[in-house]
Design a binder for this molecule. Structure first.
Ligand SMILES: Cc1cc2nc3c(=O)[nH]c(=O)nc-3n(C[C@H](O)[C@H](O)[C@H](O)COP(=O)(O)OP(=O)(O)OC[C@H]3O[C@@H](n4cnc5c(N)ncnc54)[C@H](O)[C@@H]3O)c2cc1C
Length: 460
């Protein structure tokens, strides 16, 4: 019985985790990726302005990223992410007043309850309503309503403005990349269930200690080739071929054709729609994909004379358009004289048209407002706008997300945005990749039927 051949299109977290899982399941993988470097929306590159390697955007993981962790383990890279021992989140209020959630070593979800009770900077009335929501969580996750917004859910749970500002809203912006006023409560509940109703470790935060691509891209590409597969970078797929309702292969813009009976398309929604044959684009499942919209993230990178974070790797800002500030120099253990900070603005719809100068002014003004004792001085600055950072998790959109098994036989969909039950995150990408690989690499009833590796031929 020969190994099955799986063609993976797209070299981000979803495509590469699918490829590695397919190899583990005995398949031979061919990977086609549009760019020369891979990594998609979670990549790093050398930046001349800042004089170091930076990410397209700061990424955080959680202990409950089980698929991501399995993928990184398979690449011997899990140790490149620093996971906390216990969940600790430091927030800063304007003027510099701290507010810290530190969960003690108790079983979940009691660790969160105790953490909320001990939270500095939050009065007893606010703690009491937060605890009440925690107690109701197990019953809430059993009946998630995707048409309810996070805002409506928080009001139904009786949450006060203070506990919203210091706990719920930072969590919602960070995990759903969307305004709590429009974001889906069902998606928030999916996060809460995975993070707080499992084990204590599930709720911890993980920060990559190395630039993102280093974690997984070259390692995964090498693994594919070492397993007898092939990698084709810098040549985007132009067209997916479907014959009699079955996938038949792809053609790239460079004119190469890859024949394949099992294809994993690990692409963002717009890129998938572009390569579909016209008659399939109007299929109801794909017509729904066309109705998904995107939510942006703007990342601000600054080299400064002195870090205002006072030794902390990252802090959240309460009531600021800048949601998080990370000290990358500290996180990476470098000894730069002038540290590099990375700031995240999630759901950054209102910042896409801003110039670099006005974003730098915003950065300086916010650093002064939150850290008045350490006036920030900028040495170098860069803003990175990711217009299509994730799909929008606006209430009512979950049903538009397609399943991994597509209506085209032999075509499987992966990507953070497919129907995984969780928001579009690295974990959703890796979960979908693993699910797609399990379907694509399984033997057909009578053994592997689609022969050896995909054939490559030039297209006139
Ligand atoms: C700034 C920013 C911050 C984020 N922060 C977090 C965070 O803190 N935590 C978290 O969990 N998630 C975060 N995310 C989301 C996370 O980056 C994504 O969920 C994840 O990277 C998606 O991976 P993917 O493989 O599904 O898609 P992508 O990374 O988009 O990969 C798709 C790949 O397909 C390739 N491609 C496109 N078209 C073609 C074609 N025609 N032919 C061949 N290849 C093609 C692309 O080049 C790309 O490499 C963030 C995203 C951004 C942008």
């Amino acid at each position: 019985m020969s190994a099955p051949s799986v063609l993976v299109v797209g070299g981000g977290f979803a495509g590469l985790s699918a490829a590695i899982r397919a190899i583990e399941l005995g398949a031979r993988v061919t990977l086609v990726e549009a760019t020369r470097h891979g990594g998609g929306r979670a990549r790093s590159f050398e930046d001349r302005t800042l004089g170091c390697t930076i990410d397209n955007g700061q990424h955080l993981m959680m202990g409950c990223y089980h698929h991501t962790r399995a993928f990184l383990r398979a690449l011997d890279a899990e140790n490149l992410v620093d996971f906390q021992r216990d969940l600790t989140v430091s927030m800063v209020r304007p003027g510099g007043n701290p507010s810290r959630l530190r969960c003690p070593a108790l079983p979940a979800p009691w660790h969160l309850g105790a953490g909320l009770l001990g939270m500095r900077g939050l009065g007893w009335r606010h703690k009491a309503v937060a605890l009440r929501a925690g107690l109701l969580l197990a019953s809430e996750v059993r009946r998630p309503d995707d048409t309810e917004t996070c805002d409506a859910w928080l009001r139904r749970m009786g949450q006060t403005a203070a506990v919203r500002a210091q706990f719920w809203e930072p969590l919602i912006w960070a995990t759903l990349n969307e305004d709590p006023l429009v974001a889906s409560a069902a998606m928030l509940l999916a996060v809460l269930e995975r993070a707080f109703l499992g084990t204590r470790d599930d709720s911890t935060l993980g920060v990559p200690r190395r630039p993102l691509s280093e974690l997984y891209v070259p390692r995964a590409l090498e693994r594919i080739e070492a397993a007898g597969g092939s990698v084709h970078l810098g040549d985007p797929v132009r067209r997916l071929h479907v014959e009699d309702g079955r996938v038949a292969g792809v053609t790239t813009r460079g004119g190469r054709r890859f024949d394949a009976g099992r294809v994993i398309a690990a692409l963002p929604p717009h890129a998938l729609l572009e390569i579909l044959p016209d008659d399939w684009r109007v299929h109801p499942e794909f017509a729904d994909v066309a109705r998904l919209t995107y939510a942006p993230i703007v990342n601000l990178w600054a080299r400064v004379r002195r870090s205002p974070l006072d030794g902390q790797p990252f802090v959240g800002l309460v009531h600021s358009p800048i949601h998080w500030v990370f000290d990358r120099t500290r996180i990476e253990g470098r000894d730069d004289d002038e540290p590099v900070l990375s700031c995240t603005i999630s759901g950054a719809y209102g910042f896409l048209r801003d110039t670099a100068k006005s974003l730098q002014d915003l950065f300086v003004a916010e650093m002064r407002r939150f850290f008045p004792k350490v006036p920030v001085e900028v040495v170098a600055f860069k803003a990175i706008k990711e217009k299509r950072a994730t799909i929008s998790h606006a209430a009512g959109t979950y049903g538009l997300r397609p399943t991994v098994a597509s209506p085209i036989a032999g075509l499987f969909l992966a990507g953070d945005w497919v129907r995984t039950g969780i928001p579009a995150t690295i974990e959703s990408a890796c979960q979908s990749g693993h699910e797609a690989a399990a379907l694509a690499a399984r033997p057909a009833a009578g053994g592997w039927q689609d022969g050896p590796r995909p054939r490559i031929r030039a297209v006139p």
